[in-house]
Design a protein around this ligand. Structure first.
Ligand SMILES: Nc1ncnc2c1ncn2[C@@H]1O[C@H](COP(=O)(O)OP(=O)(O)OP(=O)(O)O)[C@@H](O)[C@H]1O
Ligand SMILES: [Mg+2]
Length: 387
């Protein structure tokens, strides 16, 4: 798994011998160096010589993935033959699904999503079968091709009396809604969608203003030094993406620094203090997530995963948003906790989900969820690449 933050490679070794209970055996994280990170983020927006650049990076990332896998296996004292398959999400460089509210008559045959990190190369380098291209078939069936993790997450939660929400704060943040078992709510089905920016704009703005070698605002410390700019927050929150109903998904080609710069201009600001902008971005992530949580449920346990859950200022802001809702609405109640509290590794959930998608391919299990992605039908996702 290599997420939209372009921070590095996550490997999860998952044991499926007990079908009902996937078990994380071990995990490994390999950060990218600055050069690779920049090569990836350069492709998030249109530029010159894109095909050449993409072709090279496709192979280079496959080499990086293979190197990380081989290091990991030798550390685990395992050989290629011990591994059934690699589920390779790859690195998303463009994600342009059909808009959720499409003008009638438009068939959206131009919707696409593009992940690189060549699965065929990875299979040949590691001598392990690779299953990749997970998002393509869902898109071909008219779906968003994202999020794909809800089908896996659903298995981790036995139905409970309260709604469960899994909130993954990666570069882009996404929510999975697992409705309570109670009869009243049994008509609701599992849903999930991207809420919008998670860490991506916070990372980008921080990196633009710091040369300390860090690529993120640790614990939101810098954001905490700034003051919220209400006009900028309102302008950003008014963006069409946040108003669209689900199914919806988004990517870095929408939420990047040019987007922020245009919102700063629309808000009529000239040279705002950088730390004030950071404080406002933090608030944007917290507020848009909180709004979506509130629209999905009035009473839910919210489980945090992904790198953003380590951002203490961000989580405090989210907690404040939800607490103010419970003050205003006596029926509302939210519990916010790290998913690690229920013995699920919050740093490896996405990677585990892609191991499961590979397993589902081998077992012919349906792995997309039309209620989440909007695809025309359930299907098994992925394409097999043999060594
Ligand atoms: N202590 C911390 N303080 C602030 N931010 C943090 C901290 N630790 C991690 N992060 C954030 O988490 C990000 C990495 O998160 P993660 O790997 O979940 O995202 P991702 O790779 O985009 O994943 P995906 O797209 O698959 O959800 C970092 O880029 C950073 O923004
Ligand atoms: Mg990551």
């Amino acid at each position: 798994m290599s997420g939209t933050s372009a921070d590095g490679i996550d490997i999860a070794l998952v044991d499926f011998s007990d079908d009902a209970k996937p078990r994380l055996v071990a995990s490994h994280y390999e950060p990218y160096n600055q050069e690779i990170r920049e090569s990836i983020t350069r492709l998030y927006v249109s530029g010159t010589d894109e095909i050449e650049h993409m072709g090279r990076l496709d192979k280079l990332l496959a080499n990086e993935f293979s190197h990380a896998v081989q290091q990991f296996l030798s550390k685990q004292k395992l050989a290629s033959k011990d591994i059934q398959a690699i589920g390779n999400h790859g690195q998303t460089i463009r994600h342009r699904p059909k808009p959720s509210q499409s003008p009638s008559g438009h068939n959206h045959s131009d919707a696409f999503t593009l992940q690189i990190g060549c699965s065929q190369t990875l299979a040949c380098l590691t001598s392990i079968p690779v299953i990749g291209k997970f998002r393509d078939k869902d898109i071909a069936l008219g779906g968003q091709g994202a999020p794909l993790v809800p089908a896996f997450q659903q298995q981790l939660f036995t139905q409970s009396e309260r709604d469960n929400l899994v909130l993954n704060i990666g570069g882009i943040a996404n929510l999975t809604f697992l409705p309570a078992a109670s009869t009243k709510k049994s008509t609701q089905s599992v849903t999930g969608f991207d809420t919008g920016p998670g860490n991506c704009l916070l990372d980008d703005w921080y990196t633009q203003h710091h040369s300390d070698g860090n690529h993120y605002d640790r614990n939101g410390d810098w954001a905490s030094q700034g003051n919220l700019i209400p006009a900028l927050l309102d302008t950003m929150c008014a963006d069409l993406y946040f108003q669209q109903p689900a199914p919806k998904s988004t990517g870095r080609e929408i939420f990047h620094l040019d987007w922020l710069v245009s919102k700063i201009a629309s808000a009529g600001l000239t040279l705002p203090l950088p730390e004030d902008v950071q404080a406002t971005l933090l608030s944007l992530t917290a507020k848009t997530i909180a709004n979506d949580i509130k629209s999905l449920s009035t009473s839910a346990d919210v489980w945090l995963c992904g790198g953003g859950r380590h951002n203490t200022a961000l989580i405090s802001a989210l907690r404040r948003e939800l607490t103010s809702e419970t003050r205003a609405n006596s029926n509302a109640s939210y519990q916010l906790a790290s998913i690690d509290d229920i013995n699920i590794d919050g740093d490896n959930l996405e990677a585990m989900a892609f191991a499961w998608l590979a397993y589902a391919y081998q077992k012919n299990i349906f792995s997309n969820m039309p209620s989440v992605t909007g695809a025309r039908k359930s299907t098994t996702l992925g394409v097999l690449f043999n060594p």
